[in-house]
Design a protein around this ligand. Sequence first.
Ligand SMILES: Nc1nc2c(ncn2[C@@H]2O[C@H](COP(=O)(O)OP(=O)(O)OP(=O)(O)O)[C@@H](O)[C@H]2O)c(=O)[nH]1
Length: 563
Amino acid sequence: MPHPMRTRYLLGFGLATGIMVLVGASIMLATQRFRADTQWVSHSQEVIGRLAQIRATLLDGISTQRSYLLTGNQAYRDQYQAVRPEIRAEVARLASLLADNPAQSQRASRLGDLIDKRLDSASEAVRVYDDAGLVDAQRYLGRNRGYELMLGIQQLMAQMQDDEQRLLAQRSRDSARSANILMVLGALGIPLSLLIMWAIYAQLSREVREREAAQAKAEDLNQDLGRSVSGLERATSDLREIGHYAGLLQGCRHVPEALEVTRVALGRLLPDVAGTVYLLRASQDYAEAEICWGEHLAPAHALLLPQECWALRRVQPHFVHDVHGGNACSHLDQPAAGVAVATACLPLSAQNLSLGFIYLSAPGPGPIARMEIASAAAEQLSLALGNLRLQETLRQQSIRDALTGLYNRRYLEESLPRELSRCERRKLPLALLMLDLDHFKAFNDAHGHDGGDALLAGFGRLLLASCRGEDIPCRYGGEEFILILPEADLRTATHRAEEIRTALEAMTVPHLQRTIGGSTVSIGIALFPQHAGTGDELKRMADAALYRAKRNGRNRVEVAGAA
Ligand SMILES: Nc1nc2c(ncn2[C@@H]2O[C@H](COP(=O)(O)OP(=O)(O)OP(=O)(O)O)[C@@H](O)[C@H]2O)c(=O)[nH]1
């Protein structure tokens, strides 16, 4: 809490407490005063009561004395005798009650004297009656001042009573005023202190609410910050992953390796997302699923036409939040009803050439999270695939003969020793076929150099078509070719050579709106290790066999050392 605010609250509490203490003290004083006033009221009432009692006792005593004088009944005499001490005691009590009021006290003293005198007179009448009888007693009564004394007593008592009545009225007023003060103090002071307390409480509550709101806001900000920090951490880790992935892609030597690296990287970056990489064939007529990870809720066809995918058609990412909602690519199979599936197709392209796309799917409805990272990965993969294609093209250009598509002589010189040592290690044979088109000069002369090229290209296609994966067909130079058949024995090699020879006989190639053909080939075969142990020797032996085939009439197959 800020310092000025705390001071204000302390002042407020101090004020409220002060008012409460003041009100409490005032109420206490007012109560005491009220009690005192009330006691004075009772006191006055008691004085008035005592006066009435004294009057009644005195009259009773006089009346009893007269009854005795009239009847002579001793009982009246005894009763009268008892009245005097009783009255004296009452007058003494009255005097002690009025001790604090000098005027009334003086009157009480005078009253006592007058009553004494009046009772003395009455007692004297009794004595005369006892001594001389009723007539003397009546005479005495007629002479003495009993009546005046009684009148004086009555007047004095009336004065005292009036004075006490006045005091009573005064004290009642004081008492009422005290009660009013009490009421006012209670009615104003307590609500005022309660009001101050309530104001402080309201202010405190408001501040508590404001502080809670500020705290909640701070917590929200904290959470936002936490989210930002974890987002940043995630982004940093994603960048690291993407960087690592790009580095691995750069190191890949061929496409399958790049695809495997992609499978692992995207599987880690998008853990709940299934994916497939499709690559377009070189002819661009079909896209084929090359590698996949996870389980697609909306499976896609393994082979599809480019127009079946929106991403391939528009060369733009295509996102679908729920395949049931429309706009899904037609290469997708519909998932079960009620199962929402989100999909994304991210195109792969490099050097303005469409290479394929990445298909991703996840439980929907979408969008699939972290698509920016998938797009970054797709870009990296596009670059890598573009580079690998370029490298492959360059490599092919460096090892292939442009006219026939066969391996060139340089590749032959590199691969023949390698294949020989591989077969040697595995104790397997290797056949080398040397092939030379017959009368090619005459063919050139008949159909022109372009016609000769068309025949060479056609023969290249024929050789490639007849080869297995491990065979190495090469254009050795001009119209001369070498075919390496690893693991082939004499029988296989001869059979393959015959197949090629007969196939060429039947082969025609289109040239200048007509077909030309009818060419033949002579083939010499040499076998490792049967005929030679090195590549050069093997070529020499095959060349010798070829020479023999030419010499023996061409369009035939000869085996080294068979002459
Ligand atoms: N069109 C074309 N002709 C080529 C090419 N390379 C070599 N030649 C020709 O191939 C012919 C080879 O002729 P020769 O070596 O005399 O052999 P041949 O005519 O086939 O006769 P035999 O081998 O004895 O059957 C030459 O006329 C070369 O000019 C090429 O790339 N294209």
